[in-house]
Design a protein around this ligand. Structure first.
Ligand SMILES: [Zn+2]
Length: 207
């Protein structure tokens, strides 16, 4: 069994009660397919104070493995990450490090949609050019029932969205395929700064 839970000691910031809660430290989608929805609605990370009912979120370390999509994602300071990374890269997985729950959810959504997160980040980088001057904290890949958007987040709320263009995705995927294959195979932090660096390195004239 790959999936593993551990008792986490924590102190409720609301009432001060010290307690133990079970949290996932390793999670296999094959073993626990129902966990996918619980990740996306963030209920999997929730710990509730046994004394006052206050809710907190567990933000890692968590090693997430989707065997079917071949995605390994590490949230927080995962034990022996370098070793885990090499093992999963050798098995042909995409290996990613994510800082927070929202970033893990985004990687999971992108993977569930069968897309390459590197292309998604390159699209975000292209969007930043269009959004010059607009202030936001994060741009997230955000599918709803009918459409896909890039959602702009500021102070934890949505301040607007940009349509996701399928044709742009396909075009970028084709255009950057060779460079992505040559350069970035073992890069594990794939975010907007990674994408901006990629453009600067390969397409200085284009941006
Ligand atoms: Zn409490």
């Amino acid at each position: 069994m790959f999936t593993k839970k551990e008792e986490m000691k924590w102190r409720c910031p609301h009432c001060g009660e010290r307690q133990l809660n079970e949290v996932y430290v390793r999670l296999s989608v094959r073993e626990e397919p129902a966990s996918l929805n619980r990740i996306l609605d963030t209920s999997l990370f929730k710990v509730t104070c046994q004394n006052c009912g206050h809710e907190e979120y567990y933000t890692g370390p968590l090693l997430y493995v989707d065997e079917e999509r071949k995605l390994m994602a590490a949230m927080g300071d995962v034990h022996d990450f370098a070793k885990e990374k090499d093992a999963y890269l050798a098995l042909g997985y995409a290996v990613r490090q994510v800082p927070e729950i929202v970033d893990l959810c985004e990687k999971v959504l992108i993977s569930e949609n069968g897309r390459d997160d590197r292309i998604i980040e390159l699209m975000k980088a292209a969007n930043t050019v269009l959004l010059k001057g607009q202030q936001y904290d994060q741009m997230l890949y955000a599918p709803d029932e009918d459409n896909i958007y890039f959602e702009l987040i500021k102070d934890a709320g949505s301040i607007g969205r940009i349509p996701f263009m399928e044709a742009v995705y396909d075009d970028m995927k084709e255009r950057f395929a060779a460079d992505l294959m040559n350069e970035c195979d073992d890069e594990t932090v794939i975010d907007l700064s990674w994408a901006l660096d990629f453009f600067e390195k390969h397409y200085q004239a284009a941006v």
